[in-house]
Design a protein around this ligand. Structure first.
Ligand SMILES: [Zn+2]
Length: 61
């Protein structure tokens, strides 16, 4: 049991040293891109809403 745990630890350590896993910069979950699709969709929706708000405010002003 002790030996198994040690092996697991070593494998994890060596993999970490080889290359950093790609993770989403927003939710820190494993992702092939800088921002995962889920967060990208969320950010786009928020940006669209914000833009809409600004345009609305501009019209009123
Ligand atoms: Zn994400």
């Amino acid at each position: 049991m002790t030996k198994e745990n040690e092996d697991k630890k070593q494998v994890g350590k060596s993999e970490e040293g080889k290359e950093k896993p790609h993770v989403c910069s927003v939710c820190a979950r494993p992702s092939e891109t800088v921002i995962c699709l889920h967060c990208e969709t969320k950010i786009r929706a928020e940006a669209y809403e914000h833009k809409h708000d600004v345009e609305k405010a501009g019209k009123i002003d």
